[in-house]
Design a binder for this molecule. Sequence first.
Ligand code: AMP
Ligand code: MN
Ligand code: MN
Ligand code: MN
Length: 292
Amino acid sequence: MSTVVSDKKVDSVQVKRYDLHSHTRFSDGKLSPEQLVDRATNFQLDVLAITDHDTTNALDIAKRYIQECGSKLELVNGIEFSTSWQNFEIHIVGLNIEPENNALKSLIISQQAARESRAIAMSEKLAKCGFDNMLEQAKLLAGEGSITRAHFAQVLLNQGAVTKMQSAFDKFIGKGKRAFVRPTWCDIATAVSAIHQAGGVAVIAHPMRYDMTAKWLRRLIIDFKNAGGDAMEIVLPQMNPEQRRLMLSYCLEYELYASLGSDFHYPSKWSDLGRNLILPESCKPVWQLWQS
Ligand code: AMP
Ligand code: MN
Ligand code: MN
Ligand code: MN
């Protein structure tokens, strides 16, 4: 029996696996940068962006660790800025940023100040709801990372005041609830500008999560485009097929690049790092903006 061996060269198209939205302990994620890198490597991701809330402090640690363990993982330097737009809190992800850029650093400082003053005011409101020493406890959980509402929710959960994180938002710290404090984030144009000055690309994070009508979402996208914004996340694990179709159609209509990510905070049954993340063929992938 003879074996036919073809000597025709076949181009090997490498399909990389990307996750461009994830968190570490430096904001409200539960893994250290090293643990996140290990998880990404074990899950055979090729490209990971770490996008902590209003901080870049995990990036250097992750980069060094990748070098030390000889992992082939490509790290994309990222951040997730909270912004105020109309009456909404809109998250803008910056990808491929230069963390040492001065405009970026100064925005991080003012966002951290906004986090600190909101945390103090939230703690005062929570005291009126009967919960003492919330600031100290939330800060203990946050450690050297950005202090977020997720930390306050965790304290309430640990104390048995609520039975799940979501309930802390629904009962106390979510928009319009008793201990809600209106944040003083920067506006979208400021976030986009700082990201651009740092050489990065600006991405609307999880557009389906803002509880907006289609009319408002279109207004958001138009304002974001007018501010110079580049891309929008259109593939996240929590999206249903209808949402995927809709976000893709906006992405094409408004000529935005497309991004994808798990918004990973910690391992859970419903979502994990890099799971089910594939962009539809008709869109322009956001990584073309830094690979070209
Ligand atoms: P912050 O940026 O301090 O307002 O905190 C927001 C973070 O809390 C988000 O990034 C989520 O990780 C988490 N979060 C926000 N809303 C909810 C919610 N309804 N249920 C659970 N976690 C939430
Ligand atoms: Mn978060
Ligand atoms: Mn977010
Ligand atoms: Mn996020």
